[in-house]
Design a protein around this ligand. Structure first.
Ligand code: ZN
Length: 339
């Protein structure tokens, strides 16, 4: 949204990326990576996932340069170009991994994509960057099965809708869930027809801590990935579950983001998976986003847990840890018979 009078939801803005990139540069981690500029995707790439109506509306509203496209998704003058660059970055990351030019790619782009359904922009998302690049990866000769791990604070509803009946795509989404009001992202959404068992939701309670994420990883995410044995792994990497995030209400710090990197490295090495493509989703505290991404990258590179300033002692909510244990049990009870 245009400054200096931004919309209330303009926490998804270019500063996020600029500050994160500055941190990654200063930390020295970019020196260990190959930096590649995102090419612009085409409208045809986008149409592989999205309806003509959605694509035409984003184009039209970008020309108008203002207005609302859907729930919490607003137009700005540069919307179409920016959204196509984000898709292009994800496609490039996918190509670099499927051609085995690199083992892991991280796509530091915005706007995010995991809320965009086949026909609706919503939740700051216009084109579903991950879904479009997953479809693209599935066209490559060496890719038959793809897994997506979505650890953004919010449920990846768009990605879930797009692949709900696709048995070749496994989606594992771990997110905050509101058990008072309910909504999409419940563990009983398991996939349709031949895809039953490939849509796995881990709906944790607000203020969940690192230990609940750890348990979900060990008991659900690792066995689910081993069972599915994907050719390539995509990660919807949202960092808004951090305790200092202004939008999410979870209670994790950089150690959990390191663990996602470290565990995904181990999974890729132990299975026949060629590599992983990480695509940025949320994460709205610009000062926390950089170190959180750095922690993931250090895990992915095989480094031990970094000691970062955000790793402070916080109150332990035992009832929430116990309730999450029960939720994890229920996810397994629901999903295991379908495997
Ligand atoms: Zn989010």
């Amino acid at each position: 949204m245009p400054f200096p009078k931004p919309h209330i939801e303009s926490f998804e803005n270019p500063i996020r990326i600029q500050v994160a990139e500055l941190h990654l540069e200063k930390s020295g981690i970019l020196a260990r990576a190959q930096r590649v500029k995102a090419p612009k995707a085409t409208l045809n790439d986008v149409r592989s996932v999205h309806s003509n109506y959605l694509v035409d509306t984003v184009e039209l509203m970008s020309d108008i340069g203002m207005g609302q496209l859907g729930e919490s998704s607003y137009a700005s003058p540069d919307l179409l170009r920016t959204a196509l660059l984000a898709v292009g970055g994800a496609l490039k990351g996918s190509d670099m991994v499927t051609s085995q030019e690199t083992e892991h790619a991280f796509v530091l782009m915005r706007p995010p994509g995991h809320h965009a359904t086949s026909s609706n922009p919503m939740g700051l998302c216009y084109f579903n960057n991950v879904a479009i690049s997953v479809r693209h990866a599935l066209k490559q000769k060496n890719v038959n099965k793809v897994s997506i791990v979505d650890f953004d604070n919010h449920h990846g509803n768009g990605t879930s809708e797009i692949f709900y009946s696709d048995p070749n795509v496994q989606l594992i989404s771990i997110h905050e869930y509101d058990y008072e009001n309910y909504g999409l992202g419940h563990y009983s959404e398991t996939g349709h027809g031949k895809a039953a068992g490939t849509n796995i939701n881990i709906p944790l309670i607000e203020t969940s801590s690192d230990s609940s994420y750890d348990e979900a990883f060990k008991r659900i995410i690792v066995p689910a990935l081993e069972r599915f044995n994907p050719d390539i792994l995509f990660v919807s990497a949202g960092y808004d579950a951090h305790y200092a995030d202004p939008v999410g209400n979870m209670d994790v710090d950089s150690r959990t983001f390191w663990k996602f990197g470290s565990n995904i490295r181990k999974i890729v090495n132990s299975l026949n998976t060629m590599g992983s493509v990480w695509v940025l989703e949320g994460g709205y505290n610009a000062f926390v986003l950089g170190p959180s991404i750095e922690a993931s990258l250090l895990g992915l590179l095989g480094n031990s847990t970094p000691a970062f300033d955000d790793q402070i002692e916080r109150e332990i909510h035992a009832p929430i840890i116990d309730a999450n244990k029960e939720i994890i049990d229920k996810v397994l009870e629901t999903i295991m018979p379908l495997w």
